[in-house]
Design a protein around this ligand. Structure first.
Ligand code: PNS
Length: 164
């Protein structure tokens, strides 16, 4: 059984994430989407909210599982007996950061490979930050997020903007 981990902040999930998860699910027997902590980011959605949104948005992909984890990615991967980490690469700007994480993870666990999938051209520009920025300023985020979780994402962003 070849298990891969798709890690990320997913704050919130976008169509770009779903594209990578869906494509990874065709390459591996099982894909575990891991909602992790990124020390450099202040998230808007709780881990519970992010995992719930991902569960709904991937409900039609049979070999995908969603989990939250607050430790190191390599420890989660070992616990789940995964052989690879799958990440999406959008543009050159992603490369340095992703390369640093891939090398760090391979130093921490030499048996764990990082596999990069190039983002589909229609999602090249897309990020969770774009979704939050457009939503916060009252724009339409429908083109950027899975339809089944659109309303929940908008309502959370609105709640958040009231708190500001
Ligand atoms: O979606 P992101 O924010 O680019 O994903 C980054 C993430 C969450 C995968 C990364 O920060 C991570 O692996 N966090 C878990 C803690 C960890 O293992 N850190 C060392 C890897 S550099």
């Amino acid at each position: 059984m070849r298990i891969a981990i798709c890690p990320g902040s997913f704050d919130p999930v976008t169509l770009g994430h779903i594209d990578i998860i869906r494509r990874a699910s065709k390459l591996f027997d099982k894909v575990i989407v891991a909602v992790l902590l990124n020390m450099d980011k202040k998230t808007w959605f709780t881990i519970g909210e992010r995992t719930d949104l991902l569960k709904k948005a991937t409900a039609d992909i049979p070999n995908v599982e969603i989990a939250g984890f607050e430790g190191l990615l390599v420890d989660f991967a070992k616990q789940k007996k995964a052989c690879a980490i799958v990440k999406g690469l959008r543009a050159v700007s992603d490369f340095e950061y992703e390369f640093q994480m891939a090398l760090t993870n391979s130093k921490l666990d030499a048996n764990l490979e990082t596999v990069f999938l190039t983002t589909s051209s229609e999602n090249m520009y897309l990020s969770s930050s774009i979704v939050k920025q457009v939503g916060l300023l009252g724009g339409n985020v429908q083109p950027f997020v899975p339809e089944c979780v659109h309303d929940e994402i908008v309502s959370r962003i609105r709640q958040r903007s009231k708190l500001k």
